[in-house]
Ligand binder design. Structure first.
Ligand code: HEC
Ligand code: HEC
Length: 212
């Protein structure tokens, strides 16, 4: 049923004739490296160390894989150049799309390879929780310093405590999609485990933000 819906959505959108319903879990290319917590041991000042660790996590936060779904407008973005999502889809009242064009029409619970490649698309991203980050969680166009303040602000981070943010970064399945983005997409740097460990170290050193 899901694959039929998916196929119907894609045929409507792109005229793609064939979609494989089998989940495709391998990433396209190895992720770029991310420094580990011990790489920051040489920074004696705790505040400076905290900031340096956060800046390292920025390689992930500001990567198109994350920002494409944390846009400043009402449409998701796509690809490394962060262009507007094609076909045009909108966040809707609950960030799951408009009634006639929900995210789940095309995005299933896992990535799906596209057999007949059209417009260079090799796979459709998927996750059981696939929908747009609420507008107050927008990262597009913001500096890393601004994103840092925002993710600590419970009015703009879904009411999460610092511990819950650390947990979300290191464990959330939708965040983890960034390391497993499907065929034809560049994964975010490092591993989610390393990323989570950096957040634990950031919190333990006072969760300081860069200036600016
Ligand atoms: C498919 C869209 C999507 C992608 C891709 C995505 N997010 Fe999110 N993000 C969401 C949604 C939706 C929420 C709201 C909470 C929830 O339902 O999980 C959210 C919330 C968050 C939050 C908690 C609130 C905040 O903004 O402080 C963090 C942290 C976060 N995402 C990190 C990431 C990171 C890191 C990546 C990339 C590795 C990423 N997200 C990729 C949709 C996405
Ligand atoms: C009609 C089908 C369709 C609908 C509906 C749809 N998408 Fe997509 N989406 C796609 C396809 C196909 C791709 C892959 C495009 C590519 O890789 O060039 C995609 C890619 C994406 C990406 C880009 C991933 C990246 O990093 O490049 C995001 C983010 C995304 N969709 C979010 C959403 C959200 C959020 C919704 C609901 C508001 C939604 N989509 C609704 C078909 C759809």
């Amino acid at each position: 049923m899901k694959s039929m819906l998916l196929t119907a959505g894609l045929v409507a959108a792109f005229g793609l004739p064939l979609v494989l319903p089998a989940p495709a879990q391998e990433a396209a290319a190895p992720a770029a490296p991310l420094k580990t917590v011990s790489d920051f041991d040489s920074i004696a000042d705790e505040t400076e160390r905290s900031i340096a660790i956060f800046e390292e996590t920025g390689k992930v936060l500001q990567h198109p894989r994350c920002v494409n779904c944390h846009p400043a407008g009402d449409r998701p973005l796509q690809n490394m150049d962060m262009k507007l999502h094609q076909p045009p889809v909108f966040r809707g009242d609950a960030n799951f799309g408009l009634p006639g064009m929900q995210c789940t029409t095309c995005h299933g619970p896992a990535n799906v390879d596209v057999v007949a490649q059209a417009e260079g698309i090799q796979s459709i991203p998927g996750d059981p929780n696939w929908h747009l980050a609420p507008i107050e969680m927008a990262w597009q166009g913001k500096t890393l310093a601004e994103i840092c303040v925002q993710i600590k602000d419970q009015n703009r981070n879904g009411g999460k405590t610092l511990a819950e943010i650390v947990e979300h970064m290191g464990k959330d399945h939708l965040v983890g999609w960034g390391w497993n983005p499907g065929k034809g997409r560049e994964p975010v740097p490092g591993t989610q485990e390393q990323f989570g460990a950096l957040y634990e170290a950031w919190a333990a050193t006072g969760a300081h933000c860069p200036a600016g």
